[in-house]
Design a protein around this ligand. Structure first.
Ligand SMILES: Nc1nc2c(ncn2[C@@H]2O[C@H](COP(=O)(O)OP(=O)(O)OP(=O)(O)O)[C@@H](O)[C@H]2O)c(=O)[nH]1
Ligand SMILES: [Mg+2]
Length: 449
């Protein structure tokens, strides 16, 4: 019998409401004694006074009771929504502890859900990922894992591998059968197919990594083209100095920008030109270095002037697969630039950084270009670093199986190796004997989750 835990699931501080969660064997008695509901109907919202042990009304609350096996944790649970005043929350929490419960550890509700087999480890991790996801795609991917997309792939893989294992067991059971030898080539291709699928999961991890990392998007161009004005417009506030003096930006400035689907590191740079000013020339040197590291270059040009020919020289060193979007700035002024002078590019967007027009088109195009290569739309599940490490190990083990079959190794040895592969697969969703790993995983969760 586990003890009863309690935690506030909402952030600290004043708010309209706060949510207090209780899980464990004392839930029903608290429903009765503190909320005067002796036989609660599960999943029914009751409006009640919360009565303390000293019989003081602490607040009017809404409470819901979840019966054993049908709650998030698999235990009896109560969720109490009270007014979001920290004093009220503190008093209710203290009162619940006085009734024999204890404060939950971070992630302990989810850990109980996992231990009671309401969810597997992939789903448990997805809850934490869902809460901390930094962009819309990562939210969607975490939701897909929580719904069980990756878990059901793992289940299918386990049953495929068990089928392969059974084939090898049949070879041992019927040694006199000649079919054994012929069927080894069939099983070899099955294992190869299996291994190449496992390998593709590692590719899925690389895509996920791309989403997690903040891709560098560099604003470059001639001095006075309006890079800093655009930087500020994209951020939505004035972060960097704008002036009509050419060479205003000396050092680069970078800020994280959360776009609709992904996050980028937006970098404003010193205008590209040859200069005798020593500080500015360091800035120009930095810009040239950044040019080689950026995932995307937004070439800001002043469309009210002819295309600066020296830009061609500056951009000459870029690799042929460098991604460049041309932002034709100052579109509020009469257009002079001629697009036949433009370098090879991935889109031309007319903007006025000063008037904030065309900015949405530009962010949309930035997102399209940086997410194009990693085909995020075809991701239906997400592979995190823990999964990646296990899958890499599994991949090596499978290559071992392939080698063993090819070198006509004893079937018993091959079966042992397949069993190790099955253990690795199991580690993804339900590792055995791994208390330390579970502890370190759940300790990164929020309290109340
Ligand atoms: N008319 C017009 N002026 C703009 C626009 N964007 C920027 N400017 C002006 O152009 C001048 C230079 O702008 P900045 O943003 O400082 O240019 P920069 O490219 O950062 O310049 P450096 O830091 O010197 O390389 C300022 O006077 C801005 O107000 C625009 O869309 N339209
Ligand atoms: Mg500037």
């Amino acid at each position: 019998m586990s003890d009863t835990i309690v935690a506030v699931a909402t952030p600290a501080g004043e708010s309209a409401l706060s949510l207090i969660r209780i899980s464990g064997t004392l839930a029903l008695s608290i429903m009765n004694s503190a909320l005067s509901i002796p036989c609660p109907t599960p999943r029914h919202a009751y409006v009640r006074h919360y009565n303390s042990v000293e019989n003081e009304i602490l607040d009017q609350v809404v409470c819901i009771y979840y019966e054993i096996d049908k709650s998030f944790t698999g235990e009896e649970m109560i969720e109490i929504s009270c007014h979001g005043n920290p004093i009220i929350v503190h008093h209710i929490l203290s009162d619940i502890i006085e009734r024999g419960t204890r404060l939950a550890e971070p992630g302990e509700f989810t850990k109980r859900a996992y231990l009671n087999e309401k969810i597997d480890l992939v789903q448990a991790e997805s809850i934490s990922e869902l809460i901390s996801a930094k962009n819309k795609i990562l939210v969607n991917l975490a939701q897909k894992n929580l719904e069980g997309n990756l878990s059901s792939i793992i289940k299918n893989l386990q049953s495929n591998l068990i089928t392969i294992q059974a084939k090898f067991e049949a070879f041992i059971d019927f040694p006199e059968d000649d079919i054994g030898k012929e069927n080894h080539s069939e099983t070899l291709s099955l294992v190869k197919e299996f291994q190449s699928y496992i390998f593709s999961l590692l590719e899925a991890y690389k895509k996920r990594e791309t989403l997690d990392s903040h891709l560098k998007v560099l604003l470059v161009g001639a001095p006075n083209a309006g890079k800093s004005t655009l930087f500020n417009s994209l951020l939505g506030y004035d972060r960097t100095i704008v002036s009509d003096v050419a060479g205003t930006t000396r050092d680069y400035i970078s800020k994280t920008l959360v776009l609709e689907k992904t996050n980028i590191e937006l970098i404003d740079t010193a205008g590209l030109r040859s200069t005798n000013d020593s500080t500015e020339s360091i800035g120009v040197k930095n810009t040239n270095e950044l040019l080689s590291q950026a995932e995307l270059i937004v070439l800001v040009i002043d469309a009210s002037l002819p295309y600066p020919t020296f830009l061609k020289t500056n951009l000459k060193g870029l690799s042929s697969d460098a991604k460049i979007i041309i932002a034709e700035n100052k579109s509020d002024l009469p257009k002079v630039v001629n697009k036949k002078d433009y370098t090879k590019n991935d889109g031309i967007i007319a903007i006025s950084a000063k008037n904030k027009s065309g900015i949405n088109n530009l962010t949309k195009r930035i997102e399209e270009v940086i997410t194009h290569d990693c085909n995020i739309s075809d991701l239906d599940f997400s592979i995190n670093i823990r999964h990646q490490q296990i899958i890499s190990k599994l991949n090596t083990q499978l290559i071992g199986v392939i080698d063993m079959i090819a070198s006509k190794e004893d079937d018993i040895i091959i079966i042992q190796q397949i069993k190790q592969c099955l253990d690795s697969l199991g580690e993804l969703t339900r590792p055995t004997d791994n208390e330390d790993m579970l502890d370190s995983l759940f300790k990164n969760f929020c309290i109340g989750k």
